[in-house]
Ligand binder design. Structure first.
Ligand code: HBI
Ligand code: FE
Length: 375
């Protein structure tokens, strides 16, 4: 399949990045095994000897020809994350996520899933596929895949190289495949970059929904225009505040559909139950002007009425004239509340104003939330 996609990419060239976003560092970095982004080293020397080499990586499409064969330690990390986060879903994830999740659960439990098994469920439902990539891929390639109903998922799983001294100490002298994470949640449960757990557990269930499936494909199509108009950051905020961190108003309360939240146990609690963040009804024009947080919980979550309404607010809309009026960069801070907002909850912003992640008060804030909500 990866070969077909590569041929297809050459026949119908991937739209360029445009002058504004041409990044010489990205274009020139690395050769062969390292890959253009330098992440192939993740697959180069696997504990069980199964190696993904330069031939397994396509430089046009950024696709891996196959998933690596995962070690037992990696399957173990998946199971830890999977079990723990599955228990967070009931009453918190939206009904459409739960529906998609139920259909995919057979292919997702027991260890890191085979994309072929996921696609056997996903493709007949909405025409989407999951495809393997080594890491974050360039925006134009990412959008091109989305437009063609392929969701690029990182093939690696987090936690292979413990970063904190606490985790390192707990595992001193152990071979990589024997590193234990059970007692050291902090390193495993905080997400720095999209890995296979975030991409598959967080994103794929929503791709089972027809409206959401169309919404993301339309988003991919719109990406090219955003790049041409030099408004990629503004356009990216839409994805961020919907696909990654979106909330939805359901009949019996607020629920989550954003993959960034649903792959994080703490943000699942924070987004729904904390008094700190604002919760505001989604307005696409407002969101495109709003900055966002990349290394901590969001200061503001945007709420939609339905997936159908989300689809309507974006698909088929001509963003060209909108970009002409839109200033480059962001106008509103992450903590802003505007007269024109439809406010669901005006946040105290206490988490933010106490310094956020890593600060003692952030820790207390989360401990209180976990205790109040049984985790
Ligand atoms: N690549 N693999 C991967 N996953 C992403 O979520 C992703 C990406 N490249 C670019 C990108 N996201 C963002 O720039 C867009 O959402 C704007
Ligand atoms: Fe994501």
């Amino acid at each position: 399949m990866a070969d077909d996609i590569a041929r297809n990419a050459r026949a119908r060239a991937i739209p360029g990045m445009g002058d504004a976003y041409f990044d010489p560092l990205l274009q020139d970095a690395g050769e062969g095994l390292e890959g253009p982004g330098g992440a192939m080293h993740r697959y180069a020397r696997r504990p069980d000897g199964y190696t993904l080499g330069a031939d397994d990586f396509d430089r046009d499409t950024w696709l891996l020809a196959r998933q690596p064969r995962y070690t037992e330690a990696e399957h173990h990390r998946w199971r830890l994350l999977f079990e723990s986060q599955r228990n967070m879903l009931p009453g918190r994830a939206c009904s459409d996520f739960m529906k998609g999740f139920a259909a995919l659960e057979g292919a997702m439990q027991g260890g890191i899933p085979e994309f072929a098994a996921l696609n056997a469920v996903l493709e007949p439902a909405t025409g989407w596929q999951v495809v393997a990539v080594p890491e974050l891929i360039p925006d134009n390639v990412f959008f091109w895949h989305l437009e063609n109903r392929r969701f690029p998922a990182g093939a690696f799983i987090r936690g292979g190289k413990p970063k904190t001294s606490k985790v390192r100490k707990a595992n001193e002298g152990r071979a990589p495949e024997h590193i234990a994470y059970d007692a050291v949640e902090d390193d495993l449960f905080y997400l720095q970059e999209p890995d296979i757990f975030h991409d598959v557990f967080g994103h794929v269930p929503m791709l089972m929904d027809p409206f959401f499936a169309d919404y993301i494909a339309a988003y991919g199509k719109g990406g090219r225009r955003a790049i041409e108009h030099n408004r990629l950051k503004n356009f990216g905020a839409i994805y961020w505040y919907t696909v990654e961190f979106g909330l939805i108003q359901e009949a019996d309360g607020l629920r989550i559909y954003g993959a960034g939240i649903l792959s994080s146990p703490d943000e699942t609690l924070f987004s729904l139950y904390s008094d700190s963040p604002h919760r505001i009804m989604l307005n696409v024009d407002r969101v495109m002007r709003t900055d966002y947080v990349i290394s901590d919980f969001q200061d503001t979550y945007f709420v939609i009425e339905s997936l159908e309404a989300l689809h309507r607010a974006t698909a088929g809309r001509d963003f060209g004239p909108i970009y002409k009026r839109l200033p480059a960069g962001f106008t509103y801070a992450t903590t802003a509340l505007l007269d024109t907002d439809t406010v669901v909850h005006a946040g105290t912003q206490e988490y933010k104003f106490n310094g956020g992640k890593g600060k003692p008060r952030a820790h207390e804030h989360m401990t209180a939330l976990r205790q109040a909500h049984g985790r």
